[in-house]
Unconditional design. Structure first.
Length: 210
């Protein structure tokens, strides 16, 4: 059996370290990584906890925008889950927001073994143009962009249809299709499908790197 197993989705995932700037990364990017980015209150911490079946893995803050570090979690299977700082929708100052955006841009430019970038967006909000630009940058750098519309359980059927239509329009604007997941960390809807996607893609990346 390959070390990436669908039957055991990220067991024993543990917090590894935090870094405030990319000069501290040293050998952290020497193994395959997947990263999660999103605006404050997009549900990144809740999703990481749901994916790993570990309620306390990532701290869920009641203060949006509190996370300003790059938090790295190590899976037993040998790849990193990287929680990037939240941005926007928070009470951070303009300078703090600018610093966080600079950190995010630097991460995309320098993290050598980043395989997938998950871009989270609360389904109750419109999908921002800034995130569309991030998708294009990721594609240019051969990083697979994946959009996750979170908190889908908060919407009725009509609103869910609107979100799906919005994502179709975003793909048409870019001109290239990308994967989109609609899920709820609260109810578990879509979480299993996302786990399977991650496992399958990390298997493929590992095979390519050998």
């Amino acid at each position: 059996m390959h070390k990436y197993s669908k039957e055991i989705p990220f067991p024993e995932t543990k917090f590894f370290t935090s870094i405030a700037n990319l000069n501290e990364k040293e050998e952290l990017d020497s193994i395959p990584s997947i990263a999660f980015m999103g605006r404050s209150n997009s549900g990144k911490s809740s999703l990481l906890n749901a994916l790993s079946n570990h309620r306390g893995l990532a701290k869920v803050s009641r203060t949006p925008g509190k996370t300003k570090l790059i938090n790295i979690f190590r899976t037993r299977e040998g790849f990193n889950l990287v929680d990037l700082p939240g941005f926007g929708y928070s009470k951070a100052s303009h300078k703090e927001h600018k610093d966080m955006m600079k950190l995010l841009e630097g991460f995309l430019n320098t993290w050598r073994h980043l395989k997938i970038l998950f871009i989270l967006c609360d389904s109750q909000r419109e999908f921002p143009e800034e995130e569309l630009s991030t998708i294009e940058v990721a594609m240019e750098k051969k990083i697979k962009p994946v959009v996750i519309r979170t908190k889908i359980d908060k919407l009725n059927q009509s609103e869910q249809h609107r979100v799906r239509t919005e994502m179709e329009a975003a793909m048409n604007e870019i001109g290239i299709p990308f994967r989109v997941f609609y899920l709820s960390a609260t109810t578990g809807r879509g979480v299993g499908e996302l786990r399977e996607f991650i496992v399958e893609n990390m298997i493929d990346q590992t095979k390519v790197s050998k």
